[in-house]
Design a protein around this ligand. Structure first.
Ligand code: SF4
Length: 397
């Protein structure tokens, strides 16, 4: 696989949280409600910081729930006016508001990624199975499709309990015939407060209230954990055409796979192949050469022309021949990108392994921090670390 060339200061994505308010509840949510909505000035400062110090191509607006921010349309317009791609990570609840989607489209919205899964407390959908939630996903995909010109994706938190639903989610996305262009599978991760450990922030011992951080969990929940490679293997077993071609590793261990990415090529309800590592490398390098920054994908949805890459990439060549062999040449071709993300893993020494080249860095008091651990900064002033209590008492003596 090709290792994405993304770094702290040259990365396609800037993660900007515009509010910590939300209108539903998700299991293991990273964000506590402490401050509510940010001001437009604060948000514009963060966008400017991302553009200047991270060389971003897109801004992912997140939260909380970004659609509950009263100035969401103006924020999208601000990003578009800077020549960046405005993307929203949303639970979709607020899209029912008449005229909101049309205003967002007019303001320049390019992509929306919906977080819908069975771990959510959502009016009218709580307790529904992943299968039953396809009805909600259909409503949201339909709304975006009718607005036109906005790419649509879905996120799902994966645990041992709903791992078997992953291939069904892909089949549902294929049944949308190009209305859905991206799926992100995020495996559940959290932290456990350990007996006999002292927790430090800014080098000083701190007390952590049990509900301080949304991702604090218990030993039992760790039994629900799966690895990104487990999700990859389930996809491989169910879709022979699925072939991941790019990755991000871990910040500590050389063998870690934290992001596993495939650009599958599809036609009708069929997956006909996957772009190979050369195709991904060529796109990243060419985009950076032409536009001076990396990208998660071009503005235009992937289509027939992409099959032209068959001359340069084995994966695309296989897709091209499947397209011919299966008699699909009169059918539209589209892309279904699939990312599997493995959030921070606790290591035996009590430290945490992050994603190397993290695309979801966010702004905090003049610096870039991992958005998945932002609440540690917001509540304790720095990342938390843990040391066995006997070590702190020995240090004191
Ligand atoms: S390290 Fe970055 S990419 Fe990985 S889970 Fe955290 S915020 Fe997301």
């Amino acid at each position: 696989m090709f290792r994405f060339p993304w770094t702290l200061t040259d990365n396609p994505v800037g993660w900007v949280e515009i509010t910590d308010s939300c209108n539903i509840e998700c299991r293991g949510c990273y964000r506590r409600r402490l401050e509510g909505h940010k001001s437009l000035a604060q948000i514009e400062e963060e966008i400017g910081f991302m553009q200047r110090f991270r060389n971003v191509d897109q801004i992912n607006l997140a939260g909380g729930e970004p659609l509950v921010h009263p100035e969401i349309v103006e924020i999208v317009r601000l990003i578009h006016a800077r020549g960046l791609k405005p993307c929203i990570i949303s639970n979709g609840q607020r899209l029912k508001k008449p005229g909101l989607l049309e205003s967002l489209k007019k303001a320049g919205l390019e992509h929306i990624s919906f977080h819908v899964d069975s771990g959510q407390i959502r009016p009218g959908w709580t307790g529904k199975s992943e299968e039953e939630l396809n009805a909600l996903r259909e409503v949201l995909a339909d709304r975006i499709h009718r607005a036109g010109g906005i790419k649509c994706g879905f996120n799902m938190t994966v645990t041992r309990s709903n791992l078997d639903h992953v291939p069904r989610m892909v089949r549902w996305a294929l049944s949308q015939r190009g209305r859905v262009t991206g799926l992100t599978f995020i495996v559940l991760r959290g932290g456990v407060l350990r007996e006999g450990y002292t927790y430090l922030a800014l080098g000083r011992p701190v007390q952590i209230p049990p509900d301080a951080l949304g991702y604090l969990t218990d030993e039992a929940t760790r039994g629900e954990y799966v690895y990104a490679t487990d999700v990859r293997d389930v996809l491989r077993q169910n879709f022979p055409e699925y072939s991941p071609a790019a990755y991000l590793g871990g910040s500590v261990r050389s063998e870690s796979l934290k992001w596993i990415v495939a650009q599958t090529i599809c036609s009708g309800r069929q997956m006909i192949g996957s772009a190979g590592p050369r195709a991904i490398e060529l796109f990243q390098s060419a985009y950076h050469y032409l536009f001076g920054r990396y990208s998660l994908g071009s503005r235009r949805p992937l289509g027939h022309t992409a099959l032209g890459m068959a001359l340069l990439d084995r994966g695309m060549a296989r897709a091209f021949w499947q397209w011919i062999r299966r008699g699909l040449i009169f059918r539209p071709v589209y892309g279904l990108a699939m990312a599997i993300v493995q959030p921070p893993d606790e290591l035996p020494d009590g430290t945490f392994e992050m994603c190397d080249g993290c695309p979801d860095m966010t702004y905090f008091q003049g610096k870039l921090v991992h958005s998945c651990r932002l609440d540690e900064y917001r509540q304790f002033g720095s990342l938390l670390s843990q040391v066995p209590r006997q070590m702190t008492s020995q240090a004191r003596d």
